[in-house]
Design a protein around this ligand. Sequence first.
Ligand code: AMP
Ligand code: ZN
Length: 484
Amino acid sequence: MSFHFYNSKSGKKEPFLPKDPNRVKIYSCGPTVYNFAHIGNIRSFLFVDILRRALRSEGYILDQSMNITDIDDKIINASIEKKISIEEITAPWTKAFFEDLESLNIQKLEHYPKATESINDMVDLVHRLQANGLVYEKDGSLYYSIQKFKGYGELSKIDVGGMKSGVRNDADEYEKDDVRDFVLWKNQKSEEEKAWDTDLGKGRPGWHLECSAMIRKVYGSGVDIHTGGIDLLFPHHENEHAQSEGAFPDEEFVTTWLHCEHLLVEGEKMSKSKGNFFTLRDILEKGYDKKQIRYLLISSHYRSKLNFSLAKLEEAKQALDRIQTTLFRILESTGYVYETFETPDVQNVKAKISNTKIRSALTDFENGFCDDLNLPKSLGSMFEFIKEINQSYDKNLWNGNDHSELIYYFQFVDSLLGVLSFEKETPAFSSDEENEINGLIEERALAKKNKNFARADEIRNILTSRGILLLDTKEGITQWKKVQ
Ligand code: AMP
Ligand code: ZN
């Protein structure tokens, strides 16, 4: 099935025609490693995961990268403030980033280039820009002269009418109404500032230069798809585009630009600077499950804003339970014996499905995500089918190979969603143990009512030591769950 993507550059949905289906080149802007990623950042990483899973489930072979931004103003400032090296600042956050990816079942990509390991490539790129007359120097720093690049503004559709010639911006991040020449190489200002001694002078790269250089380093060319959060469209991606096509004017830098919308909290963008953020760990500590977090963050369309709330996490759990209950019903009917298909082999299940209803449900699911990764459309068709599956089970209408073919359908679905369980679930506690736990929770509620907080705390501690997490809801009810 063929894909269509909404390309930010053309402002249109276009058919996806990679130059080589056996090596689709995809680059995504990754984390700036100076803190835990918040779940807004994670939404953009999950979007990359869905893009990967979708293309692989349709048979494309990918060569995919996500960079690690380990040089940036915020990192340098933190290293000066804490009097430690930038490596000491970034190493724990880089580790935490990979742990978060693993927790959320995000597939590993082929490359994770780091800015600190790509300095030579950045220097080479600046030399090319110099040779093409696009660079000037001021106080030891090097700047890109945006007026000399004809296509500046084409990607983000920024109004370049008011842009002032020769007015510079040294910051890595700035606003849309501040269109200026941007810095390629920053001269070292003080001894404590981390710097690289290169033939561009002693200094460090601007943030935008990093991605252009890493793409060149990994691919030796441009890419089929470049992704990032919508906030990166300007100035970051506009500047990447100006650098890469300024350095290699005969080559197209990116064919398809995809931008993921923001995760909001009470209507505002979730961001570290606003302080309105949750990390993945914050939410796991509240007792929510990884799968429900993953499901919530992937189930709305990547080009729609998503307003995050804990209530939405509950809804995600209900939706997941509905899918899982049906899947267990099917698995039960086969005694959990079935053939397993994983990506990329999962395409083979299509040929194995002979039941026309199941086959057409699978095609509907595919149609959704092939249309600009419209997962809500895929999920809508899946929930309709789940209704039908259950009705047919109630009436004993499935027979023969149908059960196995239904499992194939869900294997295909899960090659995208990455949240389902195909294993028999063994309860964590026997029913006697559950009764005992519920009894202790009741006793704790009574102790709290009688202001016997010492006993209430004691009960919580007993339960915690058995791996049981208590969740006191606003309605005064206490829920509990087993944690790993
Ligand atoms: P950073 O770690 O700040 O460099 O950001 C990593 C990625 O997260 C980038 O692609 C950003 O555009 C994206 N991002 C930042 N905030 C949000 C948000 N609230 N919702 C979705 N994506 C975001
Ligand atoms: Zn980037």
